[in-house]
Design a protein around this ligand. Structure first.
Ligand SMILES: *[C@@H]1O[C@H](CO)[C@@H](O)[C@H](O)[C@H]1NC(C)=O
Length: 200
C-alpha cells in the first residue's frame, strides 16, 4: 500500500512543479537568483523550506537582499493568515470542551498576523530611516520584537492545542502541520532579517 502512494505523491509533485499556474510566477528565474536565495537561506533554521518558499519569487527577488527579506515576511504573513482561516473553518472538528482552547488559539494566530503586518510596515520605515539616519535602531528592534512575538504566539497556540487534546486526531495533525509551517517560515524571515536587515 505504502509504495504506490509514495509513487503517486512523487508523480503529483512533478506535475505540480510543471503546472502552468506555477510557471507564471517562476518564468525561468536565472540560476544566479536561485543561488542567491540558497546562499541567503543557509542563514536560517529551515533552509530547505526557506528555498522552497522563496524560489517561486526568484524573478522578483533577483539578487536583491531587501526584496528577499520583504518577500520572506510576506510569505510568513500569507501562511499565518491562511492558517487562521483554515483553522477557523474547521471548528466542527473541535472536541467537546476544546472550544475555549481553540478560540484562544485562533485569537493568538490573529495576533501573530497583526504583528507580522506591523513588521512589514516597519521594513518600509527602515529603508527610509537609513536615508536620513534617524531611528534606525528603533525600527530594527520593532521588527525583531514583533516578529519574535508572532513566533511565540504561533508556538504557544500549537502547544496549547496539542496539550489540550482539543481537536479530533486528523484535524489536529493537519492544523499542527500548518501552524508548524507558519512558525517555520516566520522563523526564517526573522533569521534573514537578523542576518541581512541592515542591507534593507
Ligand atoms: C531592491 O529592492 C528594493 C525594493 O524592495 C528597491 O527599492 C531597490 O531599489 C532594489 N535595489 C536594487 C539595487 O535594485
Amino acid at each position: 500500500m505504502a509504495k504506490p502512494l509514495i509513487l503517486l505523491l512523487a508523480a503529483l509533485s512533478i506535475l505540480y512543479t510543471a503546472s502552468p499556474a506555477n510557471a507564471t510566477t517562476t518564468s525561468s528565474p536565472s540560476s544566479s537568483a536561485i543561488d542567491f536565495i540558497e546562499a541567503s537561506c543557509s542563514a536560517t533554521l529551515y533552509p530547505a523550506l526557506c528555498v522552497q518558499s522563496l524560489s517561486r519569487y526568484a524573478t522578483s527577488i533577483q539578487r536583491n537582499r531587501s526584496q528577499l527579506i520583504k518577500t520572506a515576511f510576506s510569505v510568513s504573513l500569507d501562511e499565518a493568515q491562511s492558517t487562521k482561516a483554515i483553522f477557523a473553518s474547521k471548528l466542527n472538528g473541535v472536541k467537546p470542551g476544546g472550544m475555549a482552547v481553540v478560540k484562544d488559539c485562533i485569537e493568538q494566530i490573529g495576533d501573530a498576523v497583526d504583528q507580522l503586518r506591523e513588521s512589514i510596515e516597519e521594513l518600509k520605515n527602515i529603508g527610509q530611516a537609513k536615508g536620513v539616519g534617524q531611528d534606525l535602531e528603533f525600527h530594527i528592534s520593532n521588527v525583531q520584537t514583533w516578529t519574535s512575538a508572532a513566533l511565540t504566539d504561533l508556538s504557544t497556540c500549537t502547544d496549547a492545542v496539542v496539550a489540550g487534546e482539543a481537536l479530533d486526531g486528523g484535524l489536529e495533525t493537519s492544523v499542527r502541520a500548518r501552524m508548524d509551517g507558519a512558525a517555520r517560515v516566520t522563523s526564517n524571515a526573522l533569521a534573514l532579517f537578523n542576518r541581512f536587515g541592515t542591507e534593507l
